[in-house]
Design a protein around this ligand. Structure first.
Ligand SMILES: Nc1ncnc2c1ncn2[C@@H]1O[C@H](COP(=O)(O)OP(=O)(O)OP(=O)(O)O)[C@@H](O)[C@H]1O
Length: 546
């Protein structure tokens, strides 16, 4: 009765509901805990009656049943802990049934789980802040966080420090937005669609992860394949790759015409193979090149590779890369929905990354549309702009090789240091034309679509679309030869009466990158047809015939 007294004095003046707080009340008692609140209240010194015995028995059975249920709940609670997350279901109940050291252990586990969950939440928030800051948009499950710096490649992914060292030797201090997000995706073994503006460092974004993952000089076949739509771009990619691996012996091969036609692929040492689709397909079908060991497949300028004329060959190369654990990635500055849908059919659980707005031009380029009336008007306007403000190097795009030759004649006559690049030149001549512009030997390079995609002319100040581009994507890639790697650029596009029906499609690109467009152009109807190609009068100084 001592205990009853103690509890009575402790709660003097308050009404204590012993029935409701029986468990707490029992803790103040010496000796065995009371079986139940009801039993305490009705305890009597006399021998229990048979009725009371029956009731007590059934009370004991109930308590046993409750105990069993609580034990089951505890087991269920512990099985609800999934990958660092605790669902916390039934945890309070289950602790009540555990010895104190086990309760402590469980508390420790809980606090570890809570800490882990909080850390994960912080990571997710940090990733979201970084994505917002760098205008990175992602779609797909469990995308890894963007990089804060290149050093994280070492701390997070165990990158060899020589590779990061080479980056800094090349003057790359900070990752560009596409590199921040695409690199961790590929390094986590995920497939990826990436769309980022021209000149924003997509090449490094796909090259670096595969250089990190591939063991250099390994035997056992080709480890990585990079597909590019043109030979010039393939050659440029090989050059970029070699700069990055200085100090290590990787076997990097460019698929030349000769190699494709007569290569002995059985004895070829090759870690990374860079090719255009046709040459690679030829080597696979005619020279037994085995691509079943390929671990990484990159489709650069992927929307071009999925265009008609390429898509079947690309499909066949994708099929030849039959390694089931292959990681595929697609990179481009433009990714139309239709192409994305097609590409998705070959991807597995891919993450989509868009930097800025999808299918838009680089914001570093000042864009202008100029009405030149006729073909003759275009030549006059070009000559005038050269007299007023030629700021070399300049790239001029025309729609065919014939027109490239015609314009070359006109400008060479004016004593402009000019060259032309088109499909009628052999590989060496094309490469020389590119190298001469890079070296400053020529100031003006007239080009067809051959170099419109991917070519990196760091110093190009101005792009002139002498002939109106055939699509918005072609426009974005052409003008993207300037305004690269953080530099500003200028793009001038001539249009004639014949180009007006397609004007609005290009004007939309200007508007979406913040450039001014006259309101009458924005009032024109948008053309449904995707491609625009006009038969034009030859380029000549002579008066128009009519
Ligand atoms: N982190 C970086 N810091 C500074 N410069 C960089 C960085 N990454 C790449 N570059 C440079 O930026 C330029 C453009 O890179 P790259 O050719 O990869 O662009 P891109 O996004 O592939 O363009 P395009 O869509 O035209 O193919 C190159 O000269 C490259 O050396």
């Amino acid at each position: 009765m001592e205990n009853t007294k103690l509890s009575s004095s402790l709660f003097a003046g308050t009404h204590f509901d012993r029935k409701r707080f029986a468990a707490d009340f029992a803790r103040f008692r010496k000796g065995p805990a009371l079986p139940s609140a009801a039993a305490t209240a009705t305890a009597a010194p006399s021998a229990p009656s048979p009725e009371k015995k029956r009731k007590r028995k059934s009370g004991k059975a109930k308590a046993k049943k409750n105990k069993k249920k609580r034990a089951e709940d505890a087991a269920a609670a512990s099985s609800n802990v999934v990958e660092g997350f605790s669902v916390f279901k039934g945890l309070a109940d289950s602790n009540a049934e555990l010895p104190s050291e086990k309760v402590d252990m469980r508390k420790d586990e809980d606090s570890v789980a809570v800490r882990q969950r909080k850390e994960i939440e912080r990571e997710i928030e940090r990733a979201a802040v970084l994505r917002k800051r760098f205008d990175i948009h992602i779609a797909g499950q469990n995308a890894p966080a963007p990089l804060e710096s290149f050093e994280e490649l070492i701390s997070r992914y165990g990158c060899d420090s020589y590779l990061v060292g080479n980056l800094s030797k090349l003057g790359f201090q900070e990752p560009t937005p596409i590199q921040r997000q695409a690199m961790p995706i590929l390094l986590s073994g995920r497939e990826c669609f990436a769309c980022a503006p021209t000149g924003s460092g997509k090449t490094l974004a796909f090259l670096f992860p595969l250089l990190m993952k591939i063991k250099p000089g390994s035997k056992g076949g080709v480890k990585a394949v990079i597909l590019c739509p043109t030979r010039e771009l393939a050659a440029q990619t090989v050059r970029e790759c070699k700069k990055l691996i200085k100090g290590r012996k990787y076997y990097i091969k460019l698929m030349t015409k000769e190699l494709s036609k007569s290569g002995n692929f059985k004895d070829m040492h090759c870690d990374i193979l860079v090719s255009t689709p046709l040459r690679l397909d030829h080597a696979v079908k005619k020279r037994d090149l085995d691509l079943s060991s390929v671990e990484y497949l990159v489709l650069d300028e992927s929307d071009k590779l999925f265009e008609l004329g390429f898509v079947e060959v690309v499909d066949s190369v994708v099929e030849a890369c039959s390694n089931p654990s292959i990681i595929r990635s697609l990179f481009s500055a433009t990714l139309p929905d239709s192409i994305e849908a097609l590409a998705r059919t070959i991807m597995h659980d891919a993450i989509r990354v868009i930097v800025g707005r999808k299918n838009s031009a680089s914001s570093l380029i000042k864009q202008k549309l100029i009405f030149a009336g006729t073909e003759r008007g275009k030549l006059l306007a070009l000559r005038q702009s050269f007299q007023e403000s030629l700021n070399p190097p300049v790239l001029i795009f025309v729609q065919s090789k014939e027109r490239a030759k015609e314009l070359y004649k006109e400008l060479a006559f004016d004593d402009v240091r000019v060259d032309a690049i088109h499909a009628d030149l052999n590989e060496q001549q094309r490469q020389d034309a590119v190298d001469n512009l890079r070296a400053g030997k020529t100031w003006v390079l007239i080009a067809t679509e051959v170099i419109a995609r991917g070519m990196d002319f760091k110093g190009v100040n101005c792009v002139i679309n002498y002939d109106f581009p055939e699509s918005a994507a072609a426009y974005i890639h052409r003008i993207g030869r300037c305004g690269r790697a953080g530099r500003f650029g200028e793009a001038i596009t001539f249009f004639t009466e014949e180009d007006k029906p397609f004007l609005r499609n290009i004007a939309n690109v200007l508007v979406s990158s913040g450039c001014e467009v006259p309101s009458w152009i924005m009032a024109l109807p948008k053309l449904k047809r995707k491609k625009h190609r006009v038969d034009r009068d030859p380029i000549s100084n002579l008066p128009d015939e009519d």
